[in-house]
Design a binder for this molecule. Sequence first.
Ligand SMILES: NC(=O)C1=CN([C@@H]2O[C@H](COP(=O)(O)OP(=O)(O)OC[C@H]3O[C@@H](n4cnc5c(N)ncnc54)[C@H](O)[C@@H]3O)[C@@H](O)[C@H]2O)[C@@H](O)CC1
Ligand SMILES: [K+]
Length: 513
Amino acid sequence: MKIFTARQIYEADKSTIQKEQIKSHELMERAATQLFEWMHSRLRGTQVNIKLFCGIGNNGGDGLVLARKLNEHGYSIKVYVVNYSDKRSEDFLLNLERLKDGKVWPDFINAESDLPEISPNDIVVDAIFGIGLNRAPDAWVGNLIKHINSSRAFTLSVDVPSGLPVDRGPWEPSYVVNSSYVLSFQVPKLVFFLPETGVYVNQWEILDIGLDQDYMINTETDFELIGRPEVLPMYRPRLKFSHKGTYGHSVIVGGSYGKIGAVQLASNACLSIGSGLVTAFIPKCGYDSLQTAVPEVMVLTGSREKNISGIEIPFEPSVVGIGVGIGQDDDTVSAFGNFLKRVDSPMVIDADGLNILSQNPEMLKDVPALSILTPHPRELERLMGQWSSDFEKLEKAKAFAAHYNLVLVIKGAHTITIYNGKGYVNTTGNPGMATAGSGDVLTGMITGLVAQGYSSVEAAIFGVYLHGLAGDLGVSSKGYEALKASNIVEHIGNAFSDVFRQPEMEQKESGQN
Ligand SMILES: NC(=O)C1=CN([C@@H]2O[C@H](COP(=O)(O)OP(=O)(O)OC[C@H]3O[C@@H](n4cnc5c(N)ncnc54)[C@H](O)[C@@H]3O)[C@@H](O)[C@H]2O)[C@@H](O)CC1
Ligand SMILES: [K+]
């Protein structure tokens, strides 16, 4: 699913109004009717106090339409107009009149007003600012937002949490509504998925308000949300008359004394995702344990007992995944550097492989084109320097990936794969996966997909998706705390099946942070 910028959403809005020959207030009515139906289908007339905070733009207009409909259906509502500007939008004004026609009289909140009482049992509808926010809210509006946040009431945000701009970080982090649930129109917003701004969104759901499909399909976006519909077409079916050679021979290079488990996890994951053959290249100390733990994996050892000091592979591998548990001994670093010079085909580089690159940036030019680097945020920072916001991080990552012609997988709650100026935001995974060895499993999975002929970017996107899904399936039986990296490997097969599961009903895009 494409992730549009605010400017693109306004364009889609305009194009819909033109093509359908409707008025903008009719589109507002359509959007707010969706909001109402969402609430009504859940509340079914329950007598709870609903407090609607409406700004003076179209986000506020949505709130007013919702208030009118709730009132018509007998709900107990109180409407507050947050009067932060006298530039009220036309559709806001129209709907203010319609609300008054229904005998609902909003309270107007200004800089001098007392803050209204909000009980933890109330439902707050947050329609103060939408995607039109273009500067920090005034301090008194910020204080109102803080007041809403401290009320502990269930807070339903219209389109976006008020105070959260959609194309940058907030000016003042405490002036952003902490949403319990965001009902976002038509498309998800990038800020829902980034570590600094995703914290304002507990759960989100997309409401389809029927914006112009032609515009949506034909407009290129810088980011895309990756769910099942996006990964299904990437799948490469296994062929009846195929053999293990068809699916590639992967080599996992890594391990050092005390860190052989990393290679075990990566090679096991590599096999489980379908690599025809897997060979591990490790120091001698790991030979027995690895052969015993994963008998299907072939093992080559270097000349040293405890670390890798030279990498010799006596055949042409389909792909190499390198770095897990490899350490940073001087001779390992030079073995790594020499190996990079000798390999031309894309590799998967993780963990200490990335740290070696950060320490020795001159090696970056030897990394084969289209290699996949899988840093977590600290490793990314070591590779490309600090950033001041998530948005700057993404811009730097795009520039870095383009400069070296690489695929960058930025690991996190929503892992983002960067390639060719575009970011692919993953939707699977859970906090149970923040556990030792989880990254080693991902390295093995991506390596195994490249071995089977997936392009680098597809291997990264699909591998990240399946890794998260395997973790989600693992959590359903183990729980968050007990989930181990080896459980993720055990669920890779189920993750494939899940991708092909027929949806029981129409899937709605939604998520939880
Ligand atoms: N594009 C769509 O698909 C649709 C959008 N609708 C709603 O329209 C919203 C956008 O409406 P608007 O463009 O009117 O913008 P907002 O309602 O988000 O903000 C209102 C206005 O306040 C001003 N403003 C921005 N930051 C401010 C600040 N810090 N202090 C004081 N004033 C500030 C701006 O001039 C802005 O236009 C969406 O979020 C959505 O809720 C819906 O009505 C229907 C369809
Ligand atoms: K809002």
